[in-house]
Design a protein around this ligand. Structure first.
Ligand code: 13P
Length: 287
């Protein structure tokens, strides 16, 4: 069932768990995430970065594929199709293409400009029943060309953005896209607590879900995080399983070169990662 992400995140916040956003790259990725969500009876958010949207030939292709796949696979759990780190133009295009949720990432603008642009996207999206995520502070590292220094979000600025009628808020709290460096300081829970107090019950989003230790995930959820984004970890499990298949020479045995066989171990790798995260986030059987 394709829905916006608003109600599923309010429910998650109220019941003390988080919904995973898993970024998709192609048909295999999408199918793996959807089937795992159905098997786990869990709500799920499919994340699409602007780079991945371009790779899949455009947002219209993505929206049509997801809509058809949800129907053909009889997916009955709530599924949101969400733009990840969208630009102003990207968010508008996704709304027109049939996405059910968008993130407008205005974190690289001044707070005044972030407020102005977020307000416009909220008006445009809500007119069509589409949920909106905004960002304050920044997520460190790089994802599909979006880079950030990792500034910790200011609680007052979070309050300003939360007051614009957005549905959920991503706030930088020392989280990073991609693998965490060995000298990573961990999440800034003091900052998260201030943000939680300043945003009056708004579901919060934790980006950079790959590699965050389980105790930190649980503590974040207890402090108002209701959506956790995971991208790199599925890429790593896909790559490891594919490498193992090829290094074992299986692509050379019989028709092991058949793309459906060649991509199968990586597909199972994504499924295992998604299941593990759903269990950790507490969203199993919450559909
Ligand atoms: P990771 O790649 O670190 O899991 O981050 C995902 C993310 O935050 C998507 O916006």
């Amino acid at each position: 069932m394709l829905v916006n992400a608003r109600d599923m995140l309010i429910k998650a916040k109220n019941e003390g768990y988080a919904v995973g956003q898993f970024n998709i790259n192609n048909l295999e990725w999408t199918k793996a995430v959807l089937l795992t969500a159905q098997e786990c009876n869990s709500p799920v958010i499919l994340g699409v970065s602007e780079g991945a949207g371009k790779y899949m030939t455009g947002y219209k292709t993505v929206a049509a594929m997801v809509k058809a796949m949800v129907e053909e696979l009889n997916i009955t759990v709530p599924v949101a199709l969400h733009l990840d780190h969208g630009s102003y133009e990207g968010a508008k295009k996704c709304i027109e293409a049939g996405f059910t949720s968008v993130m407008f990432d205005g974190s690289h603008y001044s707070i005044e400009e972030n407020v102005e642009k977020t307000k416009e996207i909220v008006a445009f999206a809500h007119e069509q029943g589409i949920s909106v995520e905004a960002e304050v502070g920044s997520i460190g590292g790089e994802e599909d060309g979006v880079t950030g220094k990792g500034e910790v979000a200011d609680a007052q600025e979070c309050a300003m953005i939360a007051a614009l009628g957005i549905d959920f808020l991503a706030a930088g709290i020392g989280n990073i896209h991609g693998k965490y460096p060995a000298n990573w300081q961990g999440l800034d829970f003091e900052a998260l607590e201030k943000i939680k107090d300043a945003t009056a019950g708004m579901p919060l989003v934790l980006h950079g879900g790959t590699g965050i230790p389980a105790e930190m995930i649980k503590k974040s959820i207890s402090l108002g995080v209701a959506k956790i984004n995971v991208n790199t970890e599925c890429q790593l499990s896909f790559a490891a399983a594919t490498r193992e298949y090829i290094e074992a020479g299986k692509d050379q045995q019989g028709k092991g070169y058949d793309p459906r066989k060649l991509l199968a171990p990586g597909f199972e790798g994504i499924k295992a990662t998604v299941k593990e995260k759903m269990e950790l986030f507490g969203s199993v059987n919450k559909a």
